[in-house]
Ligand binder design. Structure first.
Ligand SMILES: O=C(O)CCC(=O)C(=O)O
Ligand SMILES: [Fe+2]
Length: 363
């Protein structure tokens, strides 16, 4: 952990120097212990902006989530329930709303927001699922909490061809899929932009840990193009900005589907977006392959890893950052690591043609 100093006032109590200030932020009265992290490997710990809810704020979110469980007018994926969540989410703790709004304005140098101490209803948590394509269809406390937070960033969306279009998906290791490059696997998951092949890929990926990895080996890895760009040669930047790459659909989409030729870096040359999946993006020529390798090492050199604890929500800006996971050994006995994944998209109109009847599920 970087050195922290108490700056007092307005709940900001941890800083590192500019230019890429570590905006590690705790809310007033939050417990210092909550900042203790469990990272163990040589990959540097995530230094992204972090908001640690006080226990009172966690209980406030818990009460709101419990209300959403009770009030659920239908299954989690119903339009009516999402309407209820959208309205209720305005009553999340003010500091959390402010942090989400800030992150949406600018995701910072790491492109990741970490929210800690969210309620996950640990006492009522069932065994970690072990089936492929597992999702949350009924409203639960953690599913409600993560949906409420994510809906403040954008429109909560899912994909018809992925995990049966469910809005809250389980990230759990699945027996027999150990080597798959998907979140069901347990070999190292290559760094990727989420659903990079999809024209309406999510703008944000939210990963709420409801049960931490008992072995401590599984760590969410993130790396941002803002950190990696200065490590790239002029030549690589030029090649990566040209339409010399193709990206295939991930295994979670059941295969099939490939992008038209695309560039890996788009937008402002000095602060671009990135579009790459190191398990699915292919260069069309040798120069492209070399540039992609340069990008891979630039990300390797700037990767942060975090062993998510129960109650940690990591939100990744899917334009600025890639994410992956270290390898780990599942036990398949109900105690394995378990995350809820929720996507958010910034613009409901931009995606309308892909959303049948204006629903939340994209084709
Ligand atoms: O397991 C993780 O930490 C990340 C998994 C992942 O990339 C995903 O579910 O999109
Ligand atoms: Fe992912």
């Amino acid at each position: 952990m970087s050195p922290r100093s108490r700056s007092g006032g307005r709940g900001l109590r941890a800083r590192t120097p500019a230019p890429y200030a570590l905006a590690l932020r705790t809310l007033p009265g939050s417990d210092e212990k909550a900042l203790t992290m469990t990272e163990t490997s040589s990959i540097p710990r995530l230094s992204a902006a972090a908001v640690v809810l006080t226990d009172a704020q966690r209980d406030q979110v818990g009460a709101l989530a419990a209300e959403l469980v009770d009030a659920a007018p239908g299954p989690l994926d119903s339009r009516a329930w999402l309407d209820t969540v959208r309205a209720a989410s305005a009553r999340l703790p003010h500091e959390l709303l402010a942090a989400l709004r800030d992150f949406r304005h600018d995701a910072g140098p790491d492109g990741v927001l970490l929210v800690r101490n969210l309620p996950v209803g640990a006492h009522a948590l069932p065994a970690t699922p072990t089936t492929a394509g597992s999702v949350e269809r009924a409203v639960t406390l953690p599913a409600a909490a993560v949906t409420a937070a994510m809906i403040q960033l954008g429109e909560v969306i899912a994909y018809r061809s992925e995990k049966t279009g469910a809005l809250v998906q389980n990230v759990v290791p699945v027996p027999g899929r150990e080597r798959q490059q998907s979140n069901a696997g347990s070999v190292r998951l290559q760094m990727h932009v989420e659903n990079a092949f999809h024209p309406n890929r999510p703008d944000y990926v939210g990963l709420l840990c409801v049960r931490e990895d008992p072995t401590g080996d599984a760590r969410l890895c993130t790396a941002s193009i803002r950190r990696a760009l200065p490590l790239l040669s002029e030549g690589a930047r030029r090649v990566l900005a040209e339409e010399r790459f193709l990206t295939e659909a991930p295994p979670s989409f059941g295969g099939g589907g490939v992008t038209p030729e695309h560039s890996v870096l788009t937008g402002a040359p000095e602060d671009p977006d990135v579009l790459v999946d190191f398990a699915a993006t292919h260069a069309l020529d040798d120069e492209g392959r070399v540039a992609l390798e340069e990008l891979r090492s630039a990300f390797d050199g700037t990767t942060h890893a975090l062993a998510l604890a129960a109650g940690d929500l990591a939100v990744v800006d899917n334009r600025l950052a890639v994410h992956g996971r270290t390898s780990f050994t599942p036990r398949y006995d109900g105690t394995d690591r378990w995350l809820h994944r929720v996507y958010a998209s910034l613009d409901n109109r931009r995606t309308r043609a892909g959303r049948r009847a204006g629903g939340s599920v994209l084709d």
